[in-house]
Design a protein around this ligand. Structure first.
Ligand SMILES: Nc1ncnc2c1ncn2[C@@H]1O[C@H](COP(=O)(O)OP(=O)(O)OP(=O)(O)O)[C@@H](O)[C@H]1O
Length: 266
């Protein structure tokens, strides 16, 4: 979808309607619960953080939402469309044009054998761009936006540092102008100073592009900085959700209290 069409689609969505509505989402692995009874709404331009200990169901939920696996029960509505009832072709189109997915490991979201410029340009071609000069100019612009020097455009990501690879993955994901971005621990595995820079960059892009984001993380500092709202998961279920500051400063559930206090002790 072109930029004008996206703007038209955005204008056509009633303001009061959430961009994404999730209702009673469940996914089991045999007898084990992956996630159960998850419901929430997210509006345009809103950032939702999902936190919880290892095994609490964060990744299962994110992959069900992004269409990487099929939930056993529940409903996902995106801009008024029933996502689970869509044909595979329509869902793929949605993933390519309206959605983006930032993996924790940039290797999972990049093509390591293709140049940095190619990684970004390829996404534009996937949504119909054909003019080589324009594609290269857009790729060049996006490398600049994620603070990668222009003279690295023909380098492969394998020659980049971890932080640069992650910034390149972000450029590759955002170049097509998605409205909803799924992020799985985007700052995981990076040095603290690199994390801080990446978070700053992400915050600016999210604000400038008015993105809706669902971000899974172990790190409460990440949600404090990025997320408007927070959802706390334990054993596959949502135990608490609300405005980020409210949940972190005045946690109601004993598990959230534990999560917050264990971070404060570090
Ligand atoms: N492919 C799978 N097969 C069987 N069980 C699984 C599978 N993936 C996840 N699970 C189980 O589902 C539950 C939720 O796991 P999930 O990976 O979603 O948690 P998480 O919060 O993302 O954990 P982490 O932070 O460690 O990634 C766990 O009990 C896990 O063992």
């Amino acid at each position: 979808m072109g930029q004008m069409e996206q703007i038209a689609a955005l204008a056509a969505t009633p303001v009061a309607l959430p961009l994404l509505q999730v209702d009673g989402l469940c996914r089991n692995y045999g007898a084990r619960i992956g996630c159960a009874g998850v419901s929430f709404d997210i509006h345009a331009g809103e950032v939702l953080g999902i936190v919880g200990e290892s095994g609490s169901g964060k990744s299962t939920l994110l992959s069900c939402l992004a269409g990487h696996q099929r939930p056993d029960a529940g409903r996902i509505t995106y801009a008024g469309q029933d996502v689970l009832a869509m044909s595979e072709a329509d869902r793929r189109r949605l993933s390519r044009t309206e959605w983006a997915y930032v993996h924790q490991n940039p290797r999972d979201g990049l093509r390591m054998g293709v140049s940095a410029g190619g990684n970004v340009g390829e996404r534009l071609m996937a949504v119909g761009a054909r003019n080589y000069g324009q594609i290269r100019t857009r790729a060049h612009d996006w490398l600049g936006r994620v603070e990668i020097a222009a003279d690295r455009i023909d380098d492969r990501p394998s020659a980049f540092s971890g932080g640069m690879q992650q910034r390149l993955q972000i450029a590759r994901n955002l170049v097509t102008g998605p409205r909803l971005v799924f992020m799985d621990e985007p700052t995981g595995g990076l040095d603290v100073s690199v994390q801080a820079r990446l978070l700053d960059l992400l915050r600016g892009l999210v604000r400038d592009m008015g993105l809706s984001v669902i971000i899974v993380t172990h790190d409460l500092a990440v949600v404090r900085l990025l997320a408007d709202r927070l959802m706390v998961m334990k054993s596959g279920r949502v135990v608490e959700q609300g405005l980020t500051d409210q949940v972190l400063d005045d946690p109601q559930h004993a598990y959230t209290q534990l999560l917050v206090s264990s971070v404060l002790q570090v």
